[in-house]
Design a protein around this ligand. Structure first.
Ligand code: GLU
Length: 432
């Protein structure tokens, strides 16, 4: 079983979407089940409604999953396992106050050494602990051996006991910490391979250690994806618009183009433009580059346009929320200069509502407008052109420019002869 385990704490980041896509592809390739696990154990950071938003986004990307689990549903398991480790003396009760720990952290910072738990409460027995009526957390005892695993992208990894440390598994309010919940849930759900962001690399030895302490020895494969950097080579932050999947969708990028872009990022692919479905045929995690990938909006725009070019006029009209397929035909032509649905929409909007006036060509505009309104419009642009030239006596720029303004609501744009056949049925209504 594979899983995608987002926290419902904010807008979905493209890095998370990439993780979801990769997990989905590998689940399909291995013919294994795919689980959505909403990691909602950190109540303070949860944002109402984000779980639904995640599901809606996955559906838009045609990512299908079998089951949805809320991590908080597994709380009883987390607690029982924490107490089991306590009984077996693999974990201990810790009474250190947040203030005390904060001081120790600050001290480590001053000394420029990584903070590690002091070990102060490690010897307290359960009997002693039971007598104290104070808030406590449960910590796991730090390992006595090096923890090793092999990552599909990063290769062999090795962590010393002090890097794992005696970390908290159960908080004072009885809820489980991320590492503990995640380690247990991956075990309970029989996960075979974990694909996630590189920011979790240092959590992996902790999670492996927990499962080993619980006697679960089935090996889970790991694959940590390099982070996505922005154009300046810095980690792409949540505040950058283009890092939000919602923003990209709202700005007229197609799900299949975003998926194409994210699959190709830091990867070698047999073709430049492909669908998620096609990628299942050849995708290989081992081909992902170890180096961080740079997000390039221009590249995404190019890929989006290529996908738009491959979209039928009917579908395009639908995406632009028009019923008339003819709008889809017009949209196709505007792809010469537009790369997103929103950019096409602006062009179409101009066709219908753009300014039909121009100080320099006012006379010509008035003249051509009445000529157009006075006759039945032919199918063929050449025929219309000849007729209008004959009637108006205008030529060259003084003919074409006002005609373009009248027909398209803009001074510049694609060939009018290409637009005209699809514009024809609307134009009289627009000019009235
Ligand atoms: N909730 C974690 C995140 O969103 C999940 C990490 C994991 O896949 O284990 O980063």
């Amino acid at each position: 079983m594979l899983r995608f385990a987002p926290s419902p704490t904010g807008d979905m980041h493209i890095g998370n979407l990439r993780v979801a896509i990769f997990n989905y592809i590998v689940a399909k390739q291995k013919n294994e089940r795919f689980l959505l696990r909403i990691e909602d154990t950190d109540k303070e950071r949860n944002v109402e409604g984000k779980d639904r938003e995640i599901m809606d986004i996955l559906a838009k990307f045609s990512i299908e999953w079998e089951d949805t689990i809320y991590q908080s549903q597994n709380l009883t398991f987390h607690q029982n396992f924490a107490y089991k480790l306590l009984e077996e003396k693999k974990a201990f009760v810790c009474f250190c106050t947040p203030q005390e720990l904060q001081k120790e952290r600050e001290r480590a910072k001053e000394l420029k050494i990584p903070y590690r738990y002091s070990g102060k409460c490690e010897q307290i027995t359960i009997e002693e602990a039971a007598k104290r009526n104070e808030p406590f957390v449960i910590r796991v005892k730090k390992p006595s051996h090096t923890i090793k695993f092999s990552d599909i992208i990063k290769g062999d990894m090795s962590f010393e006991p002090k890097e794992v440390d005696s970390f908290v598994i159960l908080r004072a309010d009885g809820t489980s910490t991320y590492n503990f919940a995640c380690a247990i849930d991956d075990m309970l759900h029989d996960i075979s391979i974990v694909i996630r962001g590189e920011d979790h690399l240092s959590n992996t030895p902790k999670q492996i250690y927990i499962r080993n302490l619980l006697g679960y020895n089935k090996e889970i494969e790991y694959c940590h994806l390099p982070i996505i950097l922005n154009r300046d080579g810095k980690k792409m932050s949540k505040r950058e618009n283009a890092s939000s999947v919602k923003w990209l969708l709202e700005n007229g990028f197609l799900p299949q183009a975003i998926a194409n872009y994210l699959i190709a990022l830091g990867n070698t692919t047999p073709t430049e433009i492909f669908t998620l479905h096609e990628a299942i045929e050849w995708f290989d995690l081992k081909k992902i580059s170890k180096a961080p990938a740079k997000f390039d909006l221009e590249r995404l725009r190019y890929i989006n346009r290529e996908h738009l070019k491959r979209t039928s006029p009917k579908k395009l009209a639908e995406l632009l929320e028009y019923e008339d397929e003819e709008i889809g035909e017009l949209a196709k032509i505007y792809l010469e200069e537009a790369s997103t649905l929103n950019e096409i929409s602006q062009k179409i909007e101009k066709l219908f509502n753009g300014e039909r006036e121009h100080p320099e060509y006012q006379k010509e505009i008035t003249q051509l407008k009445s000529a157009i309104l006075a006759r039945d419009l032919p199918d063929n642009f050449e025929e219309l052109k000849k007729d209008l030239i004959n009637r108006s006596g205008l030529k060259g720029k003084r003919f074409f420019k006002p005609l373009r303004i009248l027909l398209t609501g803009e001074e510049h744009g694609p060939e009018i002869s290409l637009l005209y056949p699809h514009l024809k049925k609307f134009i009289k209504e627009v000019l009235k």
